[in-house]
Ligand binder design. Structure first.
Ligand code: FAD
Length: 412
């Protein structure tokens, strides 16, 4: 039976970063990555951006060229799924029944798209955006598509809508809540993005509930809303969140909540089993100590680095400021910190100029910023979040002075 010192399950962002960091830190042991998808690790964000639009080839979104992994002696078993974890035996069982032993196991499986549950959910023509294969299926059909209905006004839905408009499709976006980005951003940001999408020709249906997907002969033809309106469609794109892929860790008894629970070193409750990235639920001080899952490249990379350090003798707790980005049309949004729990917002700059920041405070301290085409605010805002001093809201709003000066004042 094969044995690896480090066995990483999932071949995504976190897996790649973990293997890279292990080798950077001169880890000499054997490393195996097992991934369900056929491809070596690639960047997922372009799937709803320039890979979907056709502006970037697949080769350009590979995290490392294939030769890199060979040179670094990182073995890969791709197109294979881990079905069971026998934690007491330090073994995993693959879908083909083969068994592999490990010294340390790192669970880096991300999540599967949350599926529609309404009637018509299995009709052909409904698409989810999580893997290269998902997007290739969409791209193959796009030349024959005129009308697209996007379900979900989160980042993935909005990005997909922007790409579809660039490709000159008719786009309607359905959001169940009364504004887009409601779960992650304050109202001014939501309203700004709604206006941008409308000005680019996207029809928005807010506070709209999907009754069913309609179709003939197994093929989707449109989406019916609860109020009776039917939106004809040649393609439906669904972006309504993910479900963390943690079933195989639940069976041997790992503690779970909204993900696999991990401590500050990303250790699960199972011996020598770690979890990182989208599937890992951790206490985050930027969320006022709440246990959360983050779905971001930053979190996947930084948690992976935490584990790689831990395995090479450096015990540095995970404590990174969360950050995220989203590209839609000509707008580059950079978010830093977590806005949940804010009690005040400050608008810095004028949204009409398409370069501004929305700053979130809690008890007088900056906890997050959404920066639209405002990279400097993003860089300095991160420092404001880290040093946790009370700051004047008038100064935050004053665009004649860079946030940098406030950082200096708060640190003095
Ligand atoms: P993933 O990258 O999802 O990798 C997990 C891998 O594990 C997958 O390949 C999966 O198939 C595999 N796997 C699952 N179960 C098993 C099993 N049992 N056995 C073997 N393999 C398994 N983040 C940002 O910060 N900015 C963005 O702009 C952004 N845009 C995004 C756009 C899209 C369309 C998507 C889908 C995500 C986006 N994200 C973005 C989120 C970001 O991509 C994720 O947070 C990141 O990929 C998480 O990395 P991960 O390694 O935890 O999981």
């Amino acid at each position: 039976m094969a044995r690896f010192d480090v066995l990483i399950v999932g071949a995504g962002h976190a897996a790649a970063q973990l293997a890279v960091t292990l080798r950077q830190r001169k880890f000499e042991g054997s490393v195996l990555i097992i991934g369900e998808e056929a491809e070596p690790p690639y960047e997922r964000p372009p799937l709803s951006k320039d890979y979907l639009s056709g502006d970037k080839s697949f080769e350009r979104i590979l995290i490392r060229p294939p030769a890199f992994w060979q040179e670094r002696r990182v073995d890969m078993l791709l197109g294979r799924r881990v079905e069971r974890v026998l934690a007491d035996l330090h073994q995993v069982v693959l879908s083909d029944g083969s068994v592999i032993r490990y010294g340390s196991l790192i669970w880096a499986t991300g999540g599967a798209p949350r599926k529609l549950i309404c009637p018509g959910r299995d009709l052909v023509g409904i698409h989810y955006v999580r893997t290269r294969a998902d997007v290739d299926r969409m791209k193959e059909k796009l030349p024959r598509v005129e009308k697209v209905v996007v379900i979900g006004g989160g980042y993935i839905g909005l990005e997909a809508a922007a790409v579809m408009r660039k490709l000159e499709k008719h786009v309607t976006l359905i959001e169940a809540l009364d504004r887009v980005l409601a779960r992650v951003a304050g109202e001014p940001l939501s309203r700004f993005y709604e206006a941008e999408h409308r000005s680019h020709g996207v029809a928005l249906r807010l506070s709209a509930q999907v009754e069913c997907v309609e179709g003939d002969d197994g093929v989707m033809s449109g989406v019916r809303l609860v109020d009776g309106e039917v939106l004809p469609a040649d393609m439906v794109i669904v972006g309504i969140g993910i479900i963390p892929a943690i079933e195989a860790l639940k069976a041997p008894g790992a503690k779970t909540s909204n993900g696999v629970d991990v401590d500050e070193f990303c250790r699960t409750s199972l011996p020598d089993v770690f979890a990182v990235g989208d599937c890992a639920a951790h206490r985050n001080r930027y969320a006022q100590g709440a246990t959360i899952r983050l779905e971001s490249v930053q979190n996947a990379n930084d948690q992976a680095a935490t584990v790689a350090k831990f395995l090479t003798g450096l015990h540095e707790p995970y404590d990174a400021v969360p950050w995220f980005w989203s590209n839609q049309y000509e707008l580059k949004l950079q978010t830093v910190g977590l806005s949940a729990g804010y009690d005040q917002t400050v608008l810095r700059g004028d949204p009409a100029t398409k370069a501004f920041s929305l700053i979130y405070l809690r008890r007088g301290r900056v906890i997050a910023l959404d920066c639209v085409n405002a990279a400097r605010d993003y860089v300095h805002g991160k420092l404001l979040i880290q040093n946790r001093r009370a700051v004047s809201t008038d100064r935050l709003a004053d665009t004649t002075k860079p946030l940098k000066e406030l950082v200096a004042a708060a640190t003095a």
